[in-house]
Design a protein around this ligand. Structure first.
Ligand code: HEC
Length: 298
């Protein structure tokens, strides 16, 4: 007697768990027998809703409203109501007959289609019996693949040694670029000390920074072009960044060459100031490309 008494609590818990596990099965058993509501609804969505409610749709209004008609799980999340099925957005548009909109290429729902959609809501939005919840499989495959992390590591094995070298060199653009940025800014800063008692040291330091900064700027610009070509990236920001980079490389080289003859002239100091500003702009653009355009928002 004692062991059985001791088992009573776990046993009744087990019965509860089994009963709860059977609940969903009991619910789906209520669907009209022999009808695969989920599969029917999948077909209706493919024929009558997908055209507008998908991420590539021509109708920006429909896209903004809902672009997930390629996946029944998204439809259920957006357009059903687990508590009151007749308050669901889908119930509303179907019973009003407002979707698909009139005077569009897509034909209106037939009476039978409308009934199937309403029943589907009523019976708790069962998924198709074959387990495929995707209204459009190729679209789902593409969209889900886009959402996955890129398959870059797999690609590297098929690249030639030269290609990998080019890519690797290009990726060093960001690291190398810190040298001209610091050196050229420092060169311009040294000009300020021309009016102090450190005059001579500042002059030499300026020359040193330019002598190293200008070649580094050319290297950084070259690697930047290589990097952009490898990645296939294209944007207005990239376009502006690349020409600022070329401008900085060219100007710093010019300053290095003119330095001996014209280094003490006023125009030279202005050019140096302009260079510093261009370096700051180019550096900021690079930051925007890596961290996003609002990375420095205060
Ligand atoms: C020809 C394009 C088109 C088709 C096809 C279409 N829709 Fe829409 N749908 C829209 C647009 C556009 C909106 C944005 C609301 C509006 O302007 O009426 C919308 C909005 C909706 C809304 C939100 C309405 C609201 O008032 O909140 C639901 C729900 C909806 N559609 C369901 C469907 C269903 C279900 C189907 C297929 C039976 C379908 N749509 C087919 C264009 C379309």
């Amino acid at each position: 007697m004692v062991p059985i008494l001791a088992l009573r609590a776990p046993l009744s818990a087990l019965v509860w768990v089994l009963w709860l596990a059977l609940l969903p099965a009991a619910a789906s058993a209520q669907t009209p027998s022999g009808i695969d509501l989920g599969a029917d609804v999948r077909t209706i969505f493919a024929a009558k809703c997908l055209e507008c409610h998908n991420p590539d749709s021509d109708s920006s209004k429909a896209r903004r409203e809902f672009d997930g008609a390629w996946d029944l799980a998204l439809v259920i999340a957006a357009w059903s109501d687990p508590v009151a099925f007749d308050l669901a957005p889908l119930w509303e548009v179907v019973s009003e007959g407002s979707m698909p909109p009139e005077d569009e290429d897509v034909a209106a729902l037939t009476e039978q289609e409308a009934q199937l959609l309403l029943q589907w809501l009523e019976f708790g939005t069962p998924l198709p019996a074959d387990g495929n919840r995707f209204v459009d499989l190729p679209m789902a495959a593409r969209l889900l693949a886009d959402a996955l992390p890129s398959t870059a590591p797999a690609e590297t094995t098929t690249r030639s040694w030269q290609q990998r070298l080019r890519i690797w060199l290009g990726r060093n653009h960001a690291a190398i670029t810190h040298f001209p940025v610091a050196l050229l800014l420092l060169a311009a800063l040294m000009r300020v000390f021309q009016w102090s008692r450190w005059r001579q040291n500042a002059w030499r330091a300026e020359g040193f920074c330019l002598a190293f900064g200008a070649p580094c700027a050319i290297l950084a610009a070259g690697l930047g072009w290589l990097n952009a070509a490898n990645s296939g990236a294209a944007s207005d920001l990239l376009e502006r960044h690349r020409w600022v980079g070329v401008g900085v490389a060219g100007t710093s080289m010019l300053l290095l060459l003119l330095r001996k003859k014209y280094g003490a002239r006023v125009f030279y100091a202005w050019l140096l100031l302009g260079l510093a500003i261009a370096v700051a702009i180019g550096g900021h653009q690079g930051g925007e490309m890596v961290f996003g355009e609002s990375y420095l928002d205060f």
